[in-house]
Design a protein around this ligand. Structure first.
Ligand SMILES: [Zn+2]
Length: 208
């Protein structure tokens, strides 16, 4: 089956959280309209640049070593993403994530930390990664850290899954009253509205 081209470098970043945005590099999982935007290591680099994980300079440093790291980068990126996605789906359904996935996240973070340094950040200090110390960790380190901060510091009742048809995107609802429903109103919200509209018209046209 031919896969549609990747849009990794232009995907809407609507998760309000880096880790959830990363989950949204696939959609419609398991269904007939499944989309995978991380089809090659290059797409991981494209997305990371688009999402601000890599600067133009660090992107160039990663691309310099891409031939050498490509299979490992793609494998680790999808493992990381799918682990965070399973945790996010559980939270969105009001369930606790699988302990095995929490263990995996912890192990991934520990491995990424091996090539991180403490650096000045927002008036204090935070973990920072450089491609020179580990090009794969420079991409996945900040993403796993974002997932851990979500799990340990944030209101998890705000993690939601878009109910749109063939969607499954995750987001962190930052609205005051937790009223956000869609990944993007202009995509899934309007599609749902149109479907309801067509259904109403069909019902109205049916003979009584
Ligand atoms: Zn959606």
């Amino acid at each position: 089956m031919d896969m549609p081209p990747s849009r990794a470098g232009t995907l809407a970043l609507v998760g309000a959280d880096l880790a959830l945005d990363f989950c949204n590099t696939a959609s419609g999982r398991g269904g007939p309209e499944a989309r995978e935007h991380l089809q090659a290591a290059r797409h991981v680099v494209d997305w990371a640049t688009h999402a601000g994980v890599l600067t133009d300079q660090s992107r160039a440093a990663v691309l310099d070593r891409l031939d050498e790291i490509a299979p490992e980068l793609l494998a680790q990126a999808t493992t990381t993403r799918d682990c965070i996605h399973r945790c996010g789906m559980a939270l969105a359904a009001g369930r606790q994530p699988d302990p095995a996935d929490l263990d995996l996240l912890g192990r991934l973070h520990a491995a990424n930390l091996a090539s991180a340094r403490l650096a000045p950040q927002d008036g204090g200090y935070g973990w920072a990664w450089s491609p020179a110390d580990g090009p794969i960790q420079a991409i996945l380190g900040p993403i796993v850290l974002s997932a851990l901060l979500l799990l340990t510091r944030k209101d998890l009742t705000r993690v939601k899954e878009c109910p749109g048809h063939h969607c499954g995107w995750l987001f962190f609802d930052t609205t005051k009253n937790k009223t956000r429903r869609w990944c993007e109103m202009s995509v899934c919200g309007n599609r749902a509205k149109q479907t309801r509209h067509v259904q109403r018209r069909r019902q109205a046209a049916q003979p009584q």
